[in-house]
Design a protein around this ligand. Structure first.
Ligand SMILES: [Zn+2]
Ligand SMILES: [Zn+2]
Length: 331
């Protein structure tokens, strides 16, 4: 088969590799499409030398001896991570916080390849009317749904979404679906603002408009009830605290790997709640699949490029440009 491997910082090579053989509890899947995630971009810059990719759809082509309920030909997607089931967090049901998650993550080769192996308990069958492209959007939708679910947002709330990459786009849509009074969304990229324009009350181009002043203006000087920092950027992180109303909540799915200078006294003095979020629970993955299948979330509209796996380097450069929506690779 063919597989893409990072060879140093920001450099992929596509090479031949032996076809994987599924273990007893695994199925072998021929990958139809694989999505590029923001977290893949971090590892791209770092050059982490493993096979990446965790958003995908495909067909089962072989099943292990102990696999129950799945057969060759099933159209599937799967949860992006496995957990140990034994640590403190797994036993609390907080599987997305499993202490062995990243160890397992690094051990399981990703989906930027012709074939991938998956434990059968992570699989989900695609409904007949769901196409392979939109099925790739289930995993990022589950990530976005978890962020909305933990935010405590209420019907009628004013919501600010900072950063309109795929996760920000999905959070904006899910917030609308959950009864937000208004959603205000910010980005630098014209193409990303365009993707959200018809979905939210107002898109704010931060290259031309001060988002803090504008959102304060739009909310009677109070600020947003809930702010989602989806850019993983220094400026957006600073804005997120300034934008939240007194007593409001800031949810941070964006992963900013730089120190951020901010007045931390905003948190006690304005009684802000700050929540981090990563991954999702299994029930949220199932809900995300249902929302996309019922077209309540139009996952397909967020896919702006489909490229062959052989062009993965170009696809990553495109993803790193901060323009457009989800990029899919086709092995
Ligand atoms: Zn992801
Ligand atoms: Zn665990």
């Amino acid at each position: 088969m063919r597989e893409a491997i990072l060879e140093g910082k920001s450099k992929y090579v596509v090479r031949d590799a032996p076809d994987p053989v599924p273990a007893d509890k695994e199925v072998l899947i021929k990958v139809r499409y694989a999505g590029i995630c923001g977290s893949d971009l971090h590892t791209y810059y770092e050059g982490a030398n493993i096979r990446h990719g965790h958003e995908f759809s495909g067909d089962i082509v072989a099943v292990g001896a102990d696999v129950k309920g799945w057969e060759v030909g099933d159209r599937v997607t799967a949860e992006s991570h496995s957990w140990c089931g034994e640590c403190f967090w797994c036993k609390r049901g907080e599987t997305g916080l499993c202490e062995n998650l990243y160890v397992i993550w690094a051990q399981i080769p990703g989906v930027f390849a012709t074939y991938t192996k998956v434990e059968y308990n992570r699989l989900y069958k695609l409904p007949p009317e769901m196409n392979y492209e939109e099925a790739v959007m289930v995993e990022p939708t589950a990530v976005a749904l978890h962020a909305v679910n933990i935010s405590g947002m209420e019907i009628g709330d004013n919501i600010a979404v900072l950063g309109l990459g795929p996760i920000g786009q999905l959070i904006a849509r899910l917030a609308k679906l959950s009864g937000a009074g208004a959603v205000y969304a910010t980005d630098l990229s014209k193409s990303r603002l365009e993707l959200a324009r018809d979905v939210v009350e107002e898109v704010i181009d931060v290259s031309a408009v001060d988002p803090v002043a504008r959102i304060l203006d739009l909310t009677g000087g109070r600020g947003a009830d809930v702010v989602f920092e989806c850019a993983g950027a220094i400026a957006a992180t600073q804005q997120s605290l300034a934008l939240a109303r007194k007593g409001g909540t800031v949810v941070i799915p964006g992963v900013c790997l730089h120190p951020v200078e901010t007045m931390i006294s905003d948190i006690p003095l304005r009684e802000l709640t700050v929540k981090g979020t990563v991954f999702f629970y299994s029930a949220e993955f199932a809900t995300a699949l249902k929302l996309i299948n019922e077209k309540k979330i139009d996952g397909a509209s967020l896919i702006t490029s489909v490229m062959p796996l052989e062009d993965i380097d170009e696809a990553f450069r495109k993803a790193a440009s901060g323009e457009g929506g989800k990029i899919l690779l086709q092995p």
